[in-house]
Design a protein. Sequence first.
Length: 177
Amino acid sequence: MEDTLVEVRSSAARVIADRKELERNMARLQDAQDDWYAKAELALNKGREDLASAALMERAKLAEMAEDLESNRVPLDEALKKYESDIISLEAKIKEAKLKQRSLVERQESATSQLKVRQKLYDNRIGDVMVRFTQMENVLMIRKAGLRPLILAVRKLWMMNSLILCHSSRWPVIWRP
């Protein structure tokens, strides 16, 4: 958008320069008309009507050229007004975009700081949980190691009972390790 704004401003500057050039040309034509009018008066005062009419004809040509230039001034003024409104609109949009960008940056910074705070809080908690889990695992391993001989003895007894039942009755044998 900023590039567009620069382009619109440069176009407006060109229109302003063209309008000033047009005004200078119109001023020169007006001065030339005044000179031809003065020459026509001088010719009439000297009794030279042919020179006076030729001077008035030249003045009329210059007046016609001035009217053409004046008709070119209207589109330049309209273009300049359009450029001015476009510049105002673009500046407002750029200002709005910068405010949005600033807001997004502030939101990102806030979210980043909240995330850092949460990480500091929860990293310690997770570490504590992991330590407790390891301690519980160690306790279970110790208990399991102490119960292992008992578990093996119970399994042996169960297998022996299963074999005895199997031989003494017609029940199907169900083997469970």
